[in-house]
Ligand binder design. Structure first.
Ligand SMILES: [Zn+2]
Length: 93
């Protein structure tokens, strides 16, 4: 695990350091499949405020929902990440 948070991780959207735990979201390991577009987001960290206005947020949610369906509920971490992102998007709308 590469996490000495706070202060050592950078936001995948704005590339600034993440210093506020309340404005942080990490997605952890998403997939080992290198051909999956989600592989690029493995262990990504974000500002919640950046995610909320990120044009690709809906695409990320759709990809994670697909992965969640494929996992058939065996990986509830993905499900929780999806729910977290959906809530974030709803609040930003
Ligand atoms: Zn950011």
């Amino acid at each position: 695990m590469a996490s000495a948070f706070p202060g050592s991780e950078r936001c995948s959207i704005c590339n600034e350091l993440l210093t506020d735990p309340a404005d942080h979201m990490g997605v952890g390991r998403i997939t080992d499949d290198h051909s999956d577009p989600l592989h690029a987001h493995n262990h990504a960290h974000f500002h919640r405020t950046c995610l909320a206005v990120w044009p690709r947020l809906s695409g990320l949610i759709e990809d994670l929902e697909r992965l969640n369906a494929e996992a058939r509920g065996e990986d509830d971490k993905i499900y929780r990440t999806v729910m977290d992102l959906v809530t974030l998007r709803a609040k930003a709308a």
